[in-house]
Write a protein of this length. Structure first.
Length: 276
């Protein structure tokens, strides 16, 4: 009997211990780095976001242009915007960012302004939110929903399997994973809100739904871009995850959505607009 025939009767193993260990260690290190910046606030938050957003944009530029150098000036624009916002000059930072996006668009390379905006939703978006009065609980809830969605989708998708979500974009993602991620994201988001002293309301639950869905859309968007350029991962920087962008793609879109919702509801006080 061949080895293939012998293995036909064995049950499917949805999880690989080595892969899970690598993912868990990498996730723990990244989470500790992110939470340290979130809790300390101020310039510590700026440093964390500059590192994450810069690496994110580096991977985007390398993926879409096969070289980092065409995009380096736009990474510097992103850094300048975050520094200005951290120093209290929000409008200067936003103006620098807007100018960078306009210049990137003028190069007639669509991927450049898209990449800068994508990275800015993460770096600039979370920086703007963290500086407001309720910035810490707002950022923690965004992080919690995104991380829980990613974890829930991974385990539900692997354990349950079933019909694929968008096989042409991401062959491994399933409807079970999407629904599982959504449910876990909502539950964890509400729990973190309770622990942070935020009043729970139907609107807050709806916002958790929106953030979870945005996170999954961001993940699918990055998967589509990688397939467009024939890449499996954004890089090999993070063991078990591929690139940093592979880990925070959903967080970038969720952060952008959080900023838009906060601004529409609360004007300049993004966190209050998001939570209250």
């Amino acid at each position: 009997m061949t080895a293939a025939a012998a293995g036909e009767g064995r049950p499917r193993r949805p999880f690989d211990i080595g892969e899970l260990t690598a993912r868990a260690i990498s996730a723990a290190v990244l989470a500790a780095f992110a939470l340290a910046g979130a809790f300390v606030g101020g310039w510590a938050t700026a440093v964390v976001l500059i590192v994450v957003a810069s690496v994110f944009h580096f991977e985007w530029s390398t993926l879409t242009e096969r070289s980092f150098w065409p995009g380096v000036v736009f990474t510097l624009t992103l850094i300048a915007a975050i520094l200005a916002i951290a120093a209290g000059a929000e409008w200067i930072g936003l103006t620098v960012l807007a100018a960078g996006i306009v210049v990137a668009a003028a190069t007639l390379n669509t991927w450049r302004p898209v990449g800068l905006l994508y990275a800015a939703m993460l770096g600039v978006g979370l920086m703007l939110m963290r500086l407001t009065e309720l910035g810490l609980p707002a950022v923690l809830i965004v992080l919690a929903v995104v991380w829980a969605t990613d974890t829930g989708a991974f385990f539900a998708g692997r354990a349950i399997g079933g019909p694929k979500l968008l096989p042409a974009v991401s062959p491994k993602k399933t409807w079970a994973g999407a629904i599982g991620g959504l449910l876990v994201g909502i539950i964890v988001g509400v729990v973190v809100a309770l622990l942070a002293g935020v009043r729970i309301s139907p609107i807050l639950v709806l916002i958790c739904v929106l953030l979870s869905a945005a996170s999954q859309i961001g993940d699918l968007f990055e998967s589509w871009v990688k397939r467009r350029f024939g890449a499996k991962d954004a890089s090999n920087l993070v063991p078990g995850h591929g690139g940093l962008m592979d880990r925070v793609d959903g967080l970038a879109v969720a952060s952008g959505v959080a900023v838009v919702v906060g601004w529409l509801h609360g004007g300049g006080d993004l966190a209050a607009g998001l939570l209250l």
